[in-house]
Design a protein around this ligand. Structure first.
Ligand SMILES: *[C@@H]1O[C@H](CO)[C@@H](O)[C@H](O)[C@H]1NC(C)=O
Ligand SMILES: *[C@@H]1O[C@H](CO)[C@@H](O)[C@H](O)[C@H]1NC(C)=O
Length: 297
């Protein structure tokens, strides 16, 4: 609110109730650090833009998705309140909107019959030499649940992660559901895991509000710091910089990867329900440069 003049602020305060409901747009929060990859969806962008490069989509058109699907079959543009970093700051710039990644029975990538998956990858994020994997960077995203397309938390989901360039490991993982190797953890939480599958932090999944996350990745020190908030609140640090091996380059992926049950070969076999209708809503996706400790809250 600092950006408004005193006069305008007084007028706004008189007209708007002081507490916003869960369904209100978040007050626009400014991104204060340089953006490296901008995955926010301009409010004017059509679904068809995701199907080809150069059409204004922030993400690659070819990966990672079901072989017989186009992104316009997979993604939805749900009518939901804007998330924390999607509003028009100062009422001038174009606002951004949410995007939903869905899974269906056709969400089979290559020959990976065990998984159901769809993952967005930033334009310009390359498997080696990516500007997103040097120095100190903070990955931001917000998630919201679609009551029409609930995730089945009896399964393990990998929703946001970074996979090393040789595909041997994920350096950081944002997950939910029942983790196959750590089934004692509650299923209805979002979990942040390190490269060695160590639980770094978790929080209950909220079925109505936006939940806002940011991971500061320090490639010089090999640490991860986690920031979190719910609804329209500013982010707060919830995990101080903690050791994690971030070496090995690779790419970010944002979407859903649903693992099967009942198998030790999750990529290729196991059980998946048929008639899948699942989704995860995302907003405010971007990677910012956190050199000198800059993090947008
Ligand atoms: C919003 O306006 C304030 C005051 O004019 C300015 O300091 C700030 O940089 C602006 N923010 C953006 C993102 O343009
Ligand atoms: C959720 O997954 C479990 C394990 O695969 C399955 O038994 C159950 O039927 C699924 N539930 C729904 C609603 O699909």
């Amino acid at each position: 609110m600092k950006s408004f003049s005193g006069l305008l602020l007084a007028g706004v305060a008189a007209a708007v109730p002081t507490s916003l409901t869960a369904e209100a747009d978040a007050p626009a929060a400014a991104i204060k650090c340089p953006i490296v990859f901008d995955g926010r969806i301009p409010s004017t962008l059509a679904l068809s833009a995701f199907d080809s490069s150069g059409s204004g989509s922030p993400f690659g058109a070819d990966y990672v998705k079901g072989n017989d699907l186009k992104w316009s079959d997979i993604l939805l543009l749900p009518t939901v309140p804007t998330s924390r970093f999607d509003g028009a700051v100062n009422g001038t710039a174009t606002p951004f909107k949410a995007v939903e990644v869905t899974l269906s029975d056709k969400s089979i990538f290559q020959k990976q019959n065990g998984f159901r998956r769809a993952g967005l990858q930033f334009n310009g994020d390359t498997n080696t030499g990516s500007p997103g994997w040097t120095g100190i960077k903070t990955l931001h995203f917000s998630v919201k649940q679609d009551p029409q397309r609930p995730l089945n938390l009896s399964h393990e989901y990998l929703n946001v992660w970074h996979e090393a360039s040789d595909y041997s490991a994920d350096q950081i993982m944002f997950q939910t559901g029942t983790l196959i190797d750590q089934s004692g953890l509650p299923k209805n939480t979002f979990k942040v895991l390190s490269r060695s599958n160590k639980l770094l932090w978790s929080t209950p999944m909220d079925t109505s509000d936006w939940q806002n996350f940011a991971f500061t990745l320090d490639f010089n020190k090999n640490t991860v710091q986690v920031y979190y908030s719910k609804g329209t609140d500013p982010l707060a640090s919830v995990l101080k910089a903690t050791a994690d091996d971030l070496t090995g380059a690779g790419e970010y992926q944002i979407g859903i990867l649903k693992k099967p049950t009942g198998t030790s070969d999750v990529v290729n076999s196991g059980f998946q329900e048929s008639g899948l209708k699942e989704g995860q809503i995302y907003g405010g996706i971007f990677l910012e440069d956190s050199a000198n400790g800059c993090v947008s809250l």
